[in-house]
Design a protein. Structure first.
Length: 72
């Protein structure tokens, strides 16, 4: 989770740096491509736990996710 958080911080910080857009696009593409399958799995688990009414496991998945809107 720490590495995922660091990659997100790099992505946000990159928007404030004045460098050519093609470099920003390369970095953003890399960051967006990392952990794709894990994010899909987290989303599927969250939906499953929501459908089965398992609030405890749903909260655990949301807390571990990098999507700040799921943790609400």
């Amino acid at each position: 989770m720490r590495k995922r958080g660091l990659l997100r911080i790099v992505q946000v910080g990159l928007s404030f740096v004045t460098i050519p857009n093609f470099i920003k696009n390369i970095v953003n593409s890399y960051v967006d491509s990392t952990y794709v399958t894990q994010r899909i799995t987290e989303g599927a688990l969250y939906g499953y736990f929501e459908a089965t009414g398992n609030e405890e496991l749903k909260k655990i998945i949301a807390a571990q996710s990098m999507n700040p809107f799921e943790a609400l």
